[in-house]
Design a protein around this ligand. Structure first.
Ligand code: HEC
Ligand code: HEC
Length: 215
């Protein structure tokens, strides 16, 4: 009896180590497939290695972006696109192919995944009129009046667009404003190295203003 259970245990351990080995192999295959799919469907805009192009398409392999963007954000943004921008929907690729593309993008990860923590941050509260003043003063040059993005001629994305706002948490917006995205024109706006050193309240005022735009 005892011998048998030890054997069973051994067999289970071997089976487990085999599955984790082949799981790794499948991961690599998935990343490879994702890279091909990316090159076929996305590279024309997002560029090789998804580094983006100012005023044309954002970077999808930017470290700060990858660390705060959840799989849910990726899957639904790729599936639905951002109506009103050139980010078209890719629902026809189907879930598994989109998953492979996300695995490929994630293979560029350099920072820990903070998406759950960022999405769990409290909602923004503040004064949208003050937020609008800050927005027009600091953000509109790049993101356009009303957050219209590239359409308005700037280098920033359409952050007033419901296709963006409905897919992100206030924590995602807040962290992006505070920390920015390295090697893009989106600099951080908080702390002494920040472009404008906005206070937490001022940043929340801007978020509340953006939320109003999509209504
Ligand atoms: C015709 C050009 C074009 C193609 C093709 C395209 N995209 Fe985009 N994508 C964009 C633009 C432009 C934006 C930013 C839209 C905006 O202003 O908000 C974007 C935004 C995104 C975002 C959100 C990024 C962020 O910073 O929040 C993701 C994710 C994304 N695209 C993934 C993909 C994937 C994956 C593919 C291929 C399956 C793809 N895109 C194909 C133009 C494109
Ligand atoms: C100098 C130009 C510039 C300024 C000023 C600027 N941004 Fe950005 N912002 C960008 C760019 C460029 C990106 C996308 C990064 C990329 O292209 O990969 C971005 C991305 C963002 C995103 C993420 C959007 C997405 O599609 O995922 C948010 C949110 C954002 N900016 C908010 C702001 C706010 C709020 C302000 C004002 C306090 C601001 N930005 C000022 C250029 C700018």
């Amino acid at each position: 009896m005892r011998k048998k259970s030890r054997l069973t245990y051994l067999a289970l351990a071997i089976a487990a180590s085999c599955t984790s080995g082949s799981a790794l192999a499948t991961d690599n295959e998935m990343i490879k497939q994702g890279e091909q799919l990316f090159n076929q469907n996305c590279m024309v805009c997002h560029q090789a290695d998804a580094i983006g192009k100012p005023g044309f398409a954002p970077s999808l392999t930017n470290p700060e972006f990858l660390s705060i963007a959840s799989d849910k954000f990726f899957m639904s943004t790729i599936r639905d696109g951002r109506p009103g921008t050139s980010m078209i929907p890719f629902f026809y690729l189907g879930r598994n192919k989109v998953k492979a593309i996300v695995a490929y993008l994630r293979s560029h990860t350099k920072l820990p995944d903070r998406s759950a923590e960022v999405d769990a941050q409290p909602d923004a509260h503040g004064d949208p009129r003050l937020g609008e003043q800050w927005y027009n003063y600091i953000c509109s040059t790049c993101h356009g009046a009303n957050g219209d993005g590239y359409l308005a001629g700037g280098t920033g994305t359409a952050i007033g667009n419901p296709g963006f706002l409905n897919k992100v948490s206030d924590g995602f917006i807040r962290t992006t404003i505070k920390e920015g995205r390295s090697n893009t024109r989106m600099l951080g706006f908080s702390g002494s190295t920040g472009l404008a050193n906005l206070s937490d309240q001022e940043i929340d005022d801007i978020i509340v203003y953006l939320r109003q735009l999509s209504k």
